[in-house]
Design a protein around this ligand. Structure first.
Ligand SMILES: Cc1cc2nc3c(=O)[nH]c(=O)nc-3n(C[C@H](O)[C@H](O)[C@H](O)COP(=O)(O)OP(=O)(O)OC[C@H]3O[C@@H](n4cnc5c(N)ncnc54)[C@H](O)[C@@H]3O)c2cc1C
Length: 307
């Protein structure tokens, strides 16, 4: 029978490492299953300029290494493995990793929500450079440049409107004729002098030169005809996918799979907490994820003390 840990943290982005730092410093000897892709979404980006404490900005992977080292210094134990399934039906909670069962009195879930990418030709090389999924994070890098936004929902409209603060021109690329976005959001975008709308267009291939992204080949899905557009930045806004399938419905989620908090950061199961993008459909920032990771750690610590 495995030892019963005080806390097991699942997931290793800013939320997980912050929860690790706080629970380690509270002497709870936490164990983290960081995932095979440890470090989270910031491993995909080059420069992070909006995380407090880095006046010159920092590369995403370097920042994640810093967060990990800081938590490990206080005793966070990290295994770069994925959790396959959990059983929260009785205590201690059971967590299965590579077929082996681990037991914990409390669990903190910080598995994030992955942005959905297009997977067009050439995308892999441009990810987190010319092609992004976060205008709040990367819009600032495209001052006085031409950018495109791919998508037809409210998020795409919001990103396009936000980008007009920096870009000289924003083209919204949408593969259909009609938008999913609300009328108000669409009207605001359609009326903006810096925004153009390209209907019946989907990205087939990203183009680049020695300085980075230079444009895209857009395809008309109706007849396959190709049209080139030039841009130095592109923002894909077609949604996010919370990493919750491994929970198999053991904690309450919304229809899209995002975990729902029942009290502070506690989920529908007492003793199971969640933090970061896996519960957040609004802010989706490293600092908000880290902040919530801290809250979840304090909530878990208090819950363990009371129980
Ligand atoms: C290209 C890009 C650029 C960005 N730039 C910025 C920026 O400049 N500033 C900013 O504030 N935000 C930025 N963001 C957003 C930011 O990355 C996220 O808001 C933040 O990483 C969320 O942190 P998190 O801890 O909730 O989850 P994540 O960072 O998504 O981490 C989740 C972790 O959980 C792991 N995991 C998933 N499933 C399992 C499982 N079953 N078992 C174990 N582990 C699992 C994953 O492997 C991952 O390591 C950017 C995002 C992207 C995609």
């Amino acid at each position: 029978m495995a030892d019963v840990r005080n806390v097991i943290i699942i997931g290793s982005g800013p939320a997980g490492y912050t929860a690790g730092l706080y629970t380690a410093r509270a002497m709870l000897e936490p164990l983290m299953f960081a995932g095979y892709a440890s470090g989270g979404q910031l491993m995909l980006t080059s420069d992070v300029e909006n995380f407090p404490g880095y006046p010159e900005g920092i590369a995403g992977p370097e920042m994640m290494l810093d967060l990990r080292k800081q938590a490990e210094r206080f005793g966070l134990e990290v295994e770069d493995k994925n959790v396959e399934k959990v059983d929260f039906s009785s205590r201690p909670f059971k967590i299965t990793v590579e077929g082996e069962e681990h037991l914990a009195k409390a669990v903190i879930i910080t598995t994030g929500a992955d942005a959905i990418w297009l997977d067009a030709e050439g995308e892999q090389e441009q990810k987190g450079k010319g092609v992004s999924t976060c205008a709040t994070c990367d819009g600032f890098f495209f001052r006085e440049q031409e950018v495109i936004v791919v998508g037809g929902g409210d998020s795409a409209m919001e990103e396009a409107h936000f980008l007009t603060r920096f870009a000289s021109k924003v083209t919204v690329v949408h593969r259909r004729e009609y938008f999913r976005a609300s009328r108000t959001m669409y009207d605001r975008v359609a009326a903006h002098p810096k925004i153009e709308i390209a209907l019946h267009r989907q990205v087939k291939r990203w183009l680049s030169d020695e300085s980075g992204l230079s444009g895209a080949i857009l395809e008309d899905p109706r007849d396959g005809s190709e049209h080139e557009i030039s841009c130095t930045g592109a923002f894909i806004a077609i949604g996010h996918k919370p990493n919750t399938p491994f929970l198999e419905g053991q904690v309450e989620t919304d229809d899209s799979g995002y975990i729902i908090h029942s009290e502070h950061t506690m989920t529908s199961i007492p003793g199971v907490f969640a933090a970061g993008d896996v519960v957040d459909t609004r802010y989706r920032q490293a600092i908000t994820a880290a902040g919530m990771g801290c809250q979840a750690a304090i909530d878990a610590e208090k819950w363990l003390e009371d129980n």
